[in-house]
Every structure is written in C-alpha cells, then in structure tokens.
Design a protein around this ligand. Structure first.
Ligand code: MG
Length: 211
C-alpha cells in the first residue's frame, strides 16, 4: 500500500479565518479585509513585512507580535474557527481503503491537533497523526516514522511541503485551498497542482506516471 501524507492547515482544514481574525485582533489598526490579508499572504508576504510596510511597526514590536502570535494561534478559542473543507471526511474514508493515510502538521501542540481531528471524526480515517511540535522538521518526522517509497505522495499548500516531499523521494501535490497562490506554488515544481485535495486520485496519477 502506498503512503499518502496530508498537511493539515490549508490542505484538509480551512484555517484562514482563524489566522485572519487573530491578526485583526492583534493589529487593531489593520483595516485589511479577509481577501486583502490573504492576497498578501498567498503572495508570500510575511507578517513582518505587512506590519513594517503597512502599519509602520518597529523591529521590537514585530518581535513581540511574532511571540504573541505563536502563543495564541493554537488556543482553543481560535482553533474552534477551523472547518474541514467540503467532502474531506468522505474522501479520507474512501482513501483509507486502498492507501496508508497520514496527517503531518507543524503545529506546536500535538494534544490540540489530536483533539481537533478527533472532533472531526478523522482518527479512524487515518493511520497516524504526525505533529512536529515545531521542535523538528516534517522531513525528519516522516523519515523517522515511516518507510517511504517513490509511489508515495505528499499533499500540501506550501513550498516547504513540496520541498519536504521531494527530499523524501516522494511525489508531491500542491493544493490551492491554503496559504499560497498558484504562481508561488509553481515555483517549487510540484508534480501536480490541484484546486483542492479531494480532486486527487492517486491510483490514476501513479498509473499515468508509470506509463
Ligand atoms: Mg498547510
């Protein structure tokens, strides 16, 4: 059975409202709309650039913002805003019949991630949840936990995800539901770019690759 690794935020979960609303709360000056904020982020504009260039933050204020962001972003009152993308639960359930399915995330808190996917009923639809805790890279976490091979896939919404899959010798799929736009994702040369994860049919993709 081939292994399929899914990133969590932006790939299986719509977590953009959580990030936007926390940003708005932390930066009361910001009049950015949801679409304006995400147009910046999806074009790879970092918080520090947004804060410096649009809101005139000084370096120390940016440092404080970043520490505070990490402290707050996985608090239960924010995580509750996350929603599975349409059709993901059925998709995972079907996929589990023919593949080994992993969720791999760089969340800080394994406990909170576990509780969240358990709330969505996903625990029985995956083989394992892998959480870096931001003490290691996804690359090392996967490498130490799972024996991967060239028919495996990593699905994610960031350049880092694509780089990780490639370094591990897997196929890579980028999705447009998350934190980067098509142009930015294309720079990392994933094997495929799809609008959403549920459109990925790995049996078909692997057949195409071997013929
Ligand atoms: Mg992600």
């Amino acid at each position: 059975m081939e292994n399929i690794f899914f990133d969590l935020d932006g790939t299986l979960l719509e977590s953009r409202p959580r990030l936007y609303k926390l940003f708005q709360q932390m930066v009361p000056l910001s009049g950015l709309s949801f679409d304006e904020y995400w147009a910046l982020k999806r074009n790879k504009t970092a918080h520090k650039e947004i804060l410096r260039d649009l809101f005139n933050y000084q370096p120390m204020e940016i440092t404080r913002f970043e520490a505070d962001w990490l402290k707050q972003i996985e608090q239960p009152e924010w995580l509750i805003l996350d929603e599975p993308f349409a059709g993901i639960s059925d998709y995972l359930k079907a996929l589990k019949q023919t593949h080994k399915v992993f969720i791999v995330t760089s969340r800080q808190s394994e406990k909170m991630a576990f509780e969240q996917i358990s709330r969505f009923g996903w625990l029985e639809m995956i083989d394992k949840l892998l959480v870096t805790g931001q003490v290691q890279e996804k690359y090392d976490l996967i490498k130490n936990e799972v024996k991967v091979s060239s028919g495996d896939w990593l699905v994610g919404d960031t350049g880092k995800d694509i780089q990780t899959g490639k370094r591990l010798g897997m196929n890579t799929a980028a999705v447009l539901t998350g934190f980067l736009n098509r142009e930015k994702l294309a720079e990392y040369e994933p094997d495929i770019i799809e609008t959403e994860a549920t459109r990925l049919n790995f049996n078909q993709l692997n057949k195409l690759r071997t013929t």
